[in-house]
Design a protein around this ligand. Sequence first.
Ligand SMILES: Cc1cc2nc3c(=O)[nH]c(=O)nc-3n(C[C@H](O)[C@H](O)[C@H](O)COP(=O)(O)O)c2cc1C
Length: 163
Amino acid sequence: MKLKILVGTMTSTADYVAQAIQMDCADLVSSIEITMMDDLDISVFDAAHAEDAIYLICSSTYGSGDVPDNARALYESLAEQPQFLGHVRYGVMALGDRTYLQTFCFGGKKFGERLLDLGAQRIGEVWCHDASSGTLPETEGAEWCRQWLASALAGIGQSAATA
Ligand SMILES: Cc1cc2nc3c(=O)[nH]c(=O)nc-3n(C[C@H](O)[C@H](O)[C@H](O)COP(=O)(O)O)c2cc1C
């Protein structure tokens, strides 16, 4: 099983989280691919790419609860070129800041909802990181991801040894 991390970021924090996951979780899956969302569209979820894979959306939040600029084309294509994504398994890591009370982590959460609307199978709850908490998103995120991935694989019926 492969882990495909799709990164939406403005100032690279989400990318650092993805890189920490790539280092810390390598033993759990056959490969971990990190792809920046720039220039992606809904075809990244085509059955051929999704086979034997779990997706992880790792996105920050900007503006007033918007996805980052590099994630906009992918996010909009999920609405403009809708397709049934029942074959897609995914999790969500949402980066935000509780100072933005009304729109906390909306970037990642919006992705999660749009994928759910298209029939994709969400694994686990959305993980949220609060930049105002003073905790390191890379450390906390990689820790969360290890547990999330292990239970996702167990749910799919794969142990780390066979993944
Ligand atoms: C101009 C600006 C707007 C932001 N808007 C929001 C927001 O609406 N909701 C939220 O939860 N976080 C918001 N944030 C916080 C970022 O999402 C957070 O700092 C995140 O860790 C940045 O990750 P990145 O470096 O991967 O882009 C905003 C940050 C900036 C600088």
